[in-house]
Design a protein around this ligand. Structure first.
Ligand code: GDP
Ligand code: MG
Length: 739
C-alpha cells in the first residue's frame, strides 16, 4: 500500500495522514483514527461546512487517476506497466487542489473524497458483498456519487457498471425504507472517460438516462415504495473527459474545468434545474464534522453486521454519543472556575469559618453561560430532541453544583449578617448609653435592619441568573428578615430589662427619701424638737402608714408612666409592657419592704423611740427644755412620755391603713399576672405574701413589720433606756437642790 496513507491498523502520525486515510480495509475493519485525521486536516472544526464525495465504477477505469487530478490527492493508481491489482478498501482524503481559480471561482471548503476500490470479478459472491456494502456506506454518507464510466460502455446495458448502478439503486431504497421523512437526495455525477467527441455529451446523457430509468423500473421495490420514481431520490449531472494518455493536455484542461463545478449549487426556482455547482444543501447528510467519524463507523458497523441500516437511529445514537462527549468537554472549563470555589467553601466549613466568597455570582453565572453556550454551539447541530435532552442534563448538572455553592454562600451571608446586625445594635446602644442615654432603641434597630437587609439583598441579587428560576432567593431573604426580627425582639427584651433596672433604681432612691422622711416625722406631732411642718397641720403618727402608702403609690405610678413611655418608644408590644409594669410593681413593693425593714432595724427603731420619749420627757409643750425641780411631777411626765412612746410600737409593727385598720390591697396593687409572662420573667421575683398564695405566706405576714417576740424585746429594751433617763432626771432634780 502507498506509504503516504495511514492504513486502518496503523498507528497514525501527522506525516502518515499527509495523503489521507484508509477508513475501511480489505478485512472490512473500520479505522479507529478517522476523527484524528479529520482533526489533523481541520475538517472536524468545520461544523456542517464540509462535503463528502464518493467515486464508483468498474475496476481500473481510471477512478483514482481522476480523483488525483481533480483534487490533487494521492490515491493508489494501478501502475501502467505492472497492471497489478490495487488493494480492496475505502480511502479518504481531503481536497488539496488550490481552491481558488484564476477566474475568481472557488471550490467548496473541506471536500472529503472517498475512493472505493473493488474488484472486477463480479462473478465472485464475496466481492459482490463488499461492493454492495461499500455502495450502501457511500450512499449513507456522501452527497455526490461520481460514477466513472468509459464512453464505449454507455448504452451497454448489460455492462458491469450497470450492475453496479442496480446495486446502488437497491440499497438506496433499502435506506429510505427506514428514513422516509428525511428524504435526503444524492447527486449521481457521471464522468464519461475517453470521450472521443463524435457523440455529443447530450446524446450520451440521453442514453444514460434511458438506461437508468430502465434499471430503476426493473429493480425489486420494497412494499410501499412500488411507485417511487428515480427522480424522488437522485439528481443527475454529466461530464466528459478526453483520453488521458492520447490527449494529456486536453485531459488536464478539462479536469481543471470540471473542478470548478465542485462549488455550492442551487435549484432554479423556475424549472427546478440544477444551477451553479454540484453541492446542493439538500444533499448534505447534516452530520456535524466532529461527529462524522462516530457516525460513519456506526453506519459501517450496521452494514458489516447485516443489520437493517436505520439512519435516523444512527443519528440519534451519534447525537447521544457526541452530546455526552461535548458535555464532558465543556464541563472541564466550568470545573476550572467552580472547583476552586467549592474547595474554598469546603475549607471554610472544615475550619468552622463563615466565608462569603467575593463576586461568586459573576463567576458562577459566567461559567454557566460559557459552558452552556459552548455546548449549544457544538451540540445543537445534532439531533434536536437528543440535543435538547442533553442540554437539560447538562444544565441540571451545572445547576446542582451552583445551587450547592449559592446556598452555602447565602447561609454564610445569613449567619454573618445576623451576627453583624446584633453586634451593630448592641454597639450603638452602648454608645448611646455612654453619651448620656439619649438614644432611640427602635431607631437603632430600624437603621441596622435596613443596612443588613440591603447587604443580604445585594448578595442574593448578585447570584440571580436571568431566566433561571431557582436563582430567585426571595424565600431566603424572607428567612433572613425573620431572623433579624427575632434577634431584634431578643435585643429589645434585653433593652427592656435594662430599662426596668433603671426604673427600679429610681423607685428605690425615691422611696429612700420619701419613706425616710415619713419615719423621721415619727412623734413630731407632740414633741418639741421634731421639725414642725411648715404650714401643714402636724403629721399624726396614726396615719404614718397612710402617708407611706400614698407616697409609695405615687412614686410607683410615676415610675410606671416612665417605664411604659420609654418601652413604647422602642416599640415593645403591649404584652411586653404589661409584663414589665407587673414586674415593676412587685419589685417596688419589695423595695418598700426593704426600706421599711431598714428603718425598723433594732438600733434605728430604738433610737427613734428614744428620741420620741425624750422629746416628750425633756421638753415641755412649748418645746422648752425642762429643768427638773424636786417639786416637779417627774413621775407623771415620765409615765405619760413612756406610755405614748410605747403606743408607737404596735402602730409600727404592722403596715395598716388607718381608715380600714387593714393591710393595703396588695393584690389589687400588683394586679393579675399578665398572660405574656415568660418563665424567665419570674426567675428573679421575690414571693409576696397574700399575692402569691402558693408561697404559703399570708398578707398579714407580708405586712408584719415587727414580730411578737421582737416587739417584747423592744419594749424591754426601751423601758430600760427610759428608766435610765428617768433616774438621771430624778438625780439632776435632787442635785439641783443640793447645789
Ligand atoms: P481505478 O482502478 O479505477 O482506480 O483505475 P486507476 O486510476 O488505478 O487506473 C487504472 C489504469 O487506467 C491506469 O493504468 C491508468 O494509467 C489508466 N488510466 C487512467 N486514466 C485513464 C484515462 O483517462 N484513459 C485511459 N485509457 N486510461 C487511463
Ligand atoms: Mg483505484
Amino acid at each position: 500500500m502507498n506509504g503516504h496513507f495511514a492504513a486502518v491498523g496503523e498507528k497514525p502520525t501527522a506525516k502518515s495522514y499527509e495523503h489521507g486515510i484508509q477508513i475501511i480495509d480489505e478485512d472490512k475493519a473500520f479505522t479507529t483514527n478517522l476523527n484524528e485525521y479529520l482533526t489533523e486536516s481541520h475538517v472536524a472544526e468545520a461544523g456542517f461546512n464540509y462535503h463528502l464525495i464518493s467515486v464508483f465504477g468498474s475496476q481500473s477505469t481510471g477512478k483514482s487517476t481522476l480523483l488525483n487530478h481533480l483534487f490533487k490527492t494521492d490515491f493508489d493508481v494501478m501502475s501502467e506497466t505492472a497492471r497489478r491489482q490495487t488493494t480492496k478498501g475505502i480511502w479518504m482524503a481531503k481536497n488539496k487542489r488550490d481552491s481558488s481559480h484564476a477566474d475568481g471561482t472557488k471550490m467548496a471548503d473541506n471536500i472529503l473524497v472517498m475512493d472505493v476500490e473493488g474488484t472486477d470479478g463480479r462473478e465472485r459472491g464475496e466481492d459482490q458483498d463488499f461492493e454492495r456494502k461499500s455502495a450502501l456506506f457511500a450512499l449513507a454518507t456522501s452527497e455526490v456519487l461520481i460514477v466513472n464510466i468509459w464512453e464505449h460502455q454507455v448504452g451497454l446495458y448489460q455492462g458491469a457498471n450497470m450492475g453496479l448502478l442496480k446495486t446502488v439503486f437497491e440499497v438506496n431504497l433499502q435506506l429510505f425504507l427506514k428514513d422516509r421523512q428525511s428524504q435526503t437526495r444524492s447527486l449521481l455525477f457521471f464522468v464519461i472517460r475517453d470521450h472521443i467527441g463524435n457523440t455529443p455529451l447530450a446524446n450520451l446523457r440521453a442514453t444514460l438516462i434511458q438506461d437508468l430509468t430502465r434499471i430503476w423500473s426493473n429493480i425489486a421495490k420494497p412494499q410501499g415504495l412500488e411507485n417511487s420514481k428515480i427522480d424522488d431520490y437522485f439528481d443527475f449531472a454529466f461530464a466528459a473527459l478526453p483520453h488521458k494518455i492520447l490527449q494529456p493536455d486536453k485531459f488536464l484542461e478539462e479536469v481543471d474545468k470540471l473542478s470548478k463545478r465542485f462549488t455550492a449549487g442551487h435549484r432554479s426556482s423556475k424549472d427546478q434545474e440544477l444551477q451553479g455547482g454540484v453541492f446542493l444543501p439538500e444533499y448534505h447528510r447534516r452530520i456535524p464534522a466532529d461527529g462524522l467519524s462516530v457516525y460513519a463507523s456506526g453506519v459501517w458497523d450496521q452494514i458489516v453486521n447485516n443489520k437493517d441500516l436505520d439512519l435516523p437511529t444512527q443519528q440519534e445514537l451519534l447525537a447521544q454519543f457526541r452530546c455526552d462527549e461535548i458535555s464532558r468537554e465543556v464541563l472541564v472549563g466550568f470545573d476550572a472556575v467552580i472547583a476552586p470555589l467549592e474547595e474554598q467553601q469546603a475549607e471554610a466549613t472544615r475550619l468552622g469559618k463563615l466565608v462569603v466568597l467575593p463576586d461568586l455570582g459573576a463567576a458562577g453565572s459566567g461559567a454557566r453561560d460559557k459552558c452552556v453556550k459552548a455546548f449549544e454551539t457544538q451540540a445543537s447541530r445534532y439531533h434536536k430532541g437528543v440535543y435538547a435532552a442533553k442540554r437539560a442534563d447538562l444544565e441540571t448538572k451545572i445547576d446542582a453544583r451552583l445551587k450547592a455553592l449559592y446556598q452555602t454562600q447565602l447561609s454564610a451571608a445569613h449567619k454573618a449578617g445576623v451576627a453583624a446586625f446584633s453586634e451593630a445594635v448592641t454597639n450603638a446602644v452602648k454608645a448611646g448609653q455612654k453619651s448620656g442615654g439619649s438614644y432611640e432603641f427602635a431607631e437603632i434597630v430600624e437603621k441596622q435592619k435596613k443596612t443588613s437587609l440591603e447587604a443580604f439583598k445585594k448578595e442574593a441579587q448578585s447570584l440571580l441568573i436571568q431566566g433561571v428560576a431557582w436563582t430567585n432567593f426571595k424565600p431566603q431573604y424572607r428567612m433572613f428578615e425573620k431572623e433579624l426580627d427575632e434577634v431584634s425582639a431578643r435585643l429589645r427584651k434585653e433593652e427592656m430589662r435594662r430599662l426596668a433596672i433603671r426604673v427600679e433604681r429610681w423607685v428605690r432612691s425615691r422611696l429612700n427619701d420619701a419613706v425616710g422622711l415619713e419615719f423621721n416625722k415619727l412623734g413630731s406631732g407632740r414633741g418639741g424638737s421634731g421639725a414642725p411642718e411648715s404650714g401643714d397641720k402636724p403629721a399624726s403618727d396614726k396615719d404614718l402608714w397612710d402617708r407611706v402608702w400614698a407616697a409609695f403609690v405615687g412614686i410607683v405610678g410615676e415610675a410606671e408612666t416612665r417605664f411604659s413611655d420609654r418601652a413604647k418608644s422602642f416599640e415593645a408590644s403591649p404584652e411586653e409592657v404589661e409584663v414589665g409594669l407587673w414586674r415593676l410593681r412587685r419589685k417596688s413593693w419589695v423595695a418598700l419592704r426593704e426600706k421599711i425593714e431598714e428603718e425598723m432595724m433594732e438600733s434605728n427603731i430604738l433610737m427613734k423611740l428614744r428620741e420620741n420619749f425624750e422629746d416628750k420627757f425633756r421638753y415641755d409643750d412649748e418645746g422648752v427644755p425642762r429643768i427638773w425641780r424636786p417639786t416637779d411631777d417627774i413621775e407623771g411626765v415620765y409615765t405619760r412620755a413612756r406610755e405614748s412612746t410605747l403606743a408607737l410600737i404596735p402602730l409600727l409593727a404592722k403596715f395598716r391603713l388607718s381608715e380600714t385598720q387593714a393591710a393595703p390591697d396588695l393584690v389589687g396593687f400588683v394586679g393579675v399576672q399578665p398572660k405574656g409572662t415568660e418563665p424567665e420573667d419570674e426567675e428573679d421575683l421575690v414571693p409576696i405574701g397574700g399575692v402569691d398564695e402558693e408561697e404559703g405566706k399570708s398578707l398579714e405576714e407580708e405586712v408584719t413589720v415587727l414580730g411578737e417576740s421582737k416587739r417584747q424585746d423592744l419594749v424591754v429594751r426601751f423601758k430600760k433606756m427610759a428608766d435610765g433617763v428617768y433616774v438621771e432626771a430624778k438625780r439632776s432634780a435632787i442635785g439641783g437642790i443640793t447645789q
